[in-house]
Write a protein that binds this ligand. Sequence first.
Ligand code: KIV
Ligand code: ZN
Length: 498
Amino acid sequence: MSDRLFIFDTTLRDGEQVPGCQLNTVEKIQVAKQLEALGVDVIEAGFPISSPGDFNSVIEISKAVTWPTICALTRAVQKDIDVAADALRYAKRKRIHTGIGTSDSHIKYKFNSNREEIIERAVAAVKYARRFVDDVEFYAEDAGRTENEYLARVVEAVIKAGATVVNIPDTTGYCLPEEYGAKIKYLMDHVDGIDRAILSTHCHNDLGMATANTISGVLNGARQVEVTINGIGERAGNTSLEEVAMILRCHKHLNIDTNINTQKICPTSRMVSSLMNMPVQPNKAIVGRNAFAHSSGIHQDGVLKNVQTYEIIDPKDVGIDDNAIVLTARSGRAALKHRLGVLGVELSQEKLDKVYEDFLKLADKKKDITDDDILVLAGADRTLNHHIKLEYLQVTSGVGVRSVASLGLNISGEHFEAAATGNGPVDAAIKAMKQIIRRQMTLKEFTIQAISKGSDDVGKVHMQVEYDGQMYYGFGANTDIVAASVEAYIDCINKFKK
Ligand code: KIV
Ligand code: ZN
């Protein structure tokens, strides 16, 4: 008989803290429903006191989702807990996740307090949360750097106060796998009443050890893991759901099962990546574009003889459709719709018609249409609500000459034109745009990514522009990288608050 491991997904809370990746409520509901279909046990839907948007998202996700527990984060503060309880009012199963820093540096610098007072605050928060819900999770922030003996006292006190789950976060991603596993074992062995609660892992990836630490925690007794899709999250991210789920599936001898429907992993990964405009690194385990691509002659030869020679996971097990329909200029709407469905994107008929039109134009220019091209096209109508639109762009550039760009912008229905020279075509185009949009803005970051192999590929551009003390994030995609750069710049400007 195998042990059950609970999957707590925090893509919509810790994952969503990534700069520039914020989702609106409609998008969060879409992700939450996909997480439900994936089979996660708990969805951490937000930190309700942090903003009206988060508060509202927790309410709407609670209404939209049926069987996973909906969890809301709080500090160990009564007002936070009141607001979280209110936001959870429609949830069929609900959990309040409250907590406080327990490492010496948190106690001293964050709270200017002492160990005894922190235990009192932790206990008070758990007791207060239990007035509203039966399921209360406590987090000991920076538990990774908290001395084990003191941590055991905190854990024992909060379980006694009514915590049903106790989260042991390695908040800074500092621990070594052996050290983190030993911490969980120490708690399992030394906390009175540990059988009345579940220990949870929550590992960050600052040293690239989040998944290893999580697995080490599980091997030592943790029965809940806190994870995100694609491992997104603060700084270097959180433990990725797909890695943990597939490790346990590949290593059946561990006798630990999850409720994850692994065939939904890749569609979920793509949905999150596309809604958050956050590309997945090609060599990312399980969900990266190259995760199942064999390129060397020796590997290809082996795989052709028997896939087991170089493959430990059947791509179909994570939802990669081996028999993908190849999209060409002769494909119909049904083929496009099928492919989008496989990629986790559902569109209304009206949107599908628009994407199909764009797809036909692209297929005329480019013989090999990739999944990433399709995802970019599906997001293309992101510009529908833009009040500034690019009407045309012409650039001349070369070696030994200054680049020249002329462009036309439509700003709320009015037409503007400008031309400028620059150090390169993108510089010239941005200077021309600045002549029309006279604002003090500074380009802070500029990344160009070609999606696959060909020179006819779609280029994706991510930009960060600073304006009026705030950072704005923009995205553009085009077979012409200068046009993609201009689109990304315009995307930023369209988001300016004034
Ligand atoms: O990393 C962390 O410590 C957290 C807690 C708020 C759970 O995200
Ligand atoms: Zn975290």
